[in-house]
Design a protein around this ligand. Structure first.
Ligand code: SAH
Length: 227
């Protein structure tokens, strides 16, 4: 890497006492964030902060990505669904975490983005870094039924309720992490886990994400109220 702003990303993990999983720290050390943002913002790549990526969207703060990924407890070969590919940066981290020796990095990673322009940019950046996840343009709140069930689901945009299709597509023993909240200043990170066919919900502190935009959520609202 010629640009020394990228190298600063290696220092993040030292400032994250909450991130105790060495595999998560190693994944962040391997993925150059600078390769997932526009060249004119390259000098900010090493900051632990969100940045604009176009279409009014942002690449998430690395610490929040690390926290969410750590909550998923990903093992090599895990089937992972990401909603909101955005820049593709978090997708690359997931490819590292789920990489099974002998398989292409990303073979078990699925990611959905609603903006074709962002999905196209992410596809290019991921391929350039040697990652080959399955990418789709569409409404992530509907999930990816043909590839389900998933051991882990990570949602990078906030919904007022947990989308039901995502709960249905979570494997038994699986974990889903997502921001939930109607307003940007009133969101919490939720961990949804499934065991013996039952869902468990745990809240993990305040966050701030762009909204998840989907017609599926109207149905989900009625379902969530009945839980
Ligand atoms: N993980 C990404 C986060 C991007 S911001 C990164 O770090 O770059 C969240 C993304 O979710 C945006 O790109 C937005 O377009 C996308 N999004 C919002 N609603 C969506 C939906 N219903 N389906 C798929 N993507 C959605």
């Amino acid at each position: 890497m010629s640009d020394d702003t990228a190298d600063k990303s290696f220092a993040w993990a030292d400032q994250w006492p909450e991130i105790s999983d060495e595999r998560v720290r190693a994944a962040f050390a391997r993925v150059p964030r600078v390769c997932f943002i526009a060249p004119d913002l390259a000098r900010f790549a090493g900051q632990d902060a969100p940045l604009p990526i176009g279409e009014g969207q942002t690449i998430s703060q690395p610490f929040i990505v690390a926290l969410m990924v750590q909550m998923l407890r990903l093992q090599p070969g895990a089937r992972v669904l990401e909603i909101g590919t955005g820049s593709g940066y978090e997708t690359a981290i997931l490819c590292e975490m789920a990489h099974l020796a002998g398989q292409p990095a990303g073979a078990s990673v699925y990611s959905i983005e609603r903006y074709p322009s962002l999905a196209g940019g992410a596809a290019q950046a991921l391929a350039a870094q040697g990652y080959a996840p399955h990418l789709r343009v569409g409404d992530g709140a509907a999930g990816w039924p043909e590839a389900a069930p998933f051991d882990a689901i990570i949602v990078s945009a906030a919904a007022a309720h947990v989308p039901r299709p995502l709960c249905d597509q979570l494997a038994d023993g699986g974990r889903m992490v997502l921001p939930v909240g109607e307003h940007s200043d009133d969101q919490e990170l939720w961990l949804v886990s499934k065991s013996h066919g039952r869902l468990h919900f745990a809240r993990n502190g305040g966050v701030r994400f762009v909204p998840l935009i989907s017609p599926v959520l109207d149905d989900a609202a009625q379902w969530a109220e009945s839980l």
